[in-house]
Design a protein around this ligand. Structure first.
Ligand code: HEM
Length: 181
């Protein structure tokens, strides 16, 4: 006796149905299962969608960083802390236009975060005169950002400028004297 007829006989014996009726009912059950399960979310719907690969901006100055303040929707939202530039585009509700922390976007926010300040004059990478406690607060922010956001570049001082609050001396060759900018 072949396997086929053994299976058919067993189906009839166990279910009391003819093999044709059994397979029609089985096929209908599969169709109904697929329709009903399609109405619910599967585990893959709860998995985080793969993030777009962040764009590396490399070494840029504090003023170049300003272009990433959310005014151009095609550009990522960037914030620098202690010179490291983070892509914070995933938290658009905080840092996008109109977001509660959008004043930090496109800036090195180190000083403001260290001092827990929203003052525009504190939106700078200049850490001069900060207390040990404020520097500790800044370190906590830095760890939070490292954990949450990708680093996409570094803030570098503009050539011959006083960005980052650094004093730069420019040699004026004609008059042979130093001018402090
Ligand atoms: C009344 C005082 C404040 C309240 C009630 C408050 C509340 C919050 C809340 C609820 C969040 C969201 C937390 C989360 O979902 O991860 C948040 C995030 C944040 N807060 Fe505040 N905040 C306050 C003051 C400040 C100050 C003074 C600063 C800095 C100057 C600041 C900077 C931030 C930043 C940068 C984030 C976003 C962090 C991230 O990207 O995950 N906050 N705040």
């Amino acid at each position: 006796m072949g396997i086929y007829s053994t299976v058919m006989e067993t189906v009839t014996e166990v279910t009391g149905l003819s093999p044709t009726a059994f397979f029609i009912i089985l096929a209908m059950m599969v169709v109904v299962y697929n329709i009903v399960s399609g109405m619910f979310l599967g585990p893959e719907d709860f998995r985080q969608k793969p993030q777009k690969e962040p764009i590396q901006v490399g070494d840029i100055t504090e003023s170049e960083l300003r272009a990433y303040d959310g005014s151009d929707p095609k550009k990522p939202l960037l914030i620098a802390i202690k010179g490291q530039i983070f892509d914070v585009s995933s938290s658009k509700m905080f840092y996008g236009r109109g977001g509660s922390y959008s004043m930090f976007t496109g800036r090195d926010a180190s000083r403001a975060l260290a001092m827990l300040s929203f003052k525009p004059e504190d939106l700078t990478g200049n850490l001069e005169g900060l207390s040990a406690e404020e520097l500790g607060v800044l370190e906590d922010w830095e760890s939070k950002f490292i954990e949450k956001y990708p680093v996409v570049g570094r803030v570098v001082p503009a050539p011959n400028s006083s960005e980052n609050g650094e004093k730069v001396h420019i040699q004026d060759n004609d008059r042979n004297e130093k001018i402090e900018s």
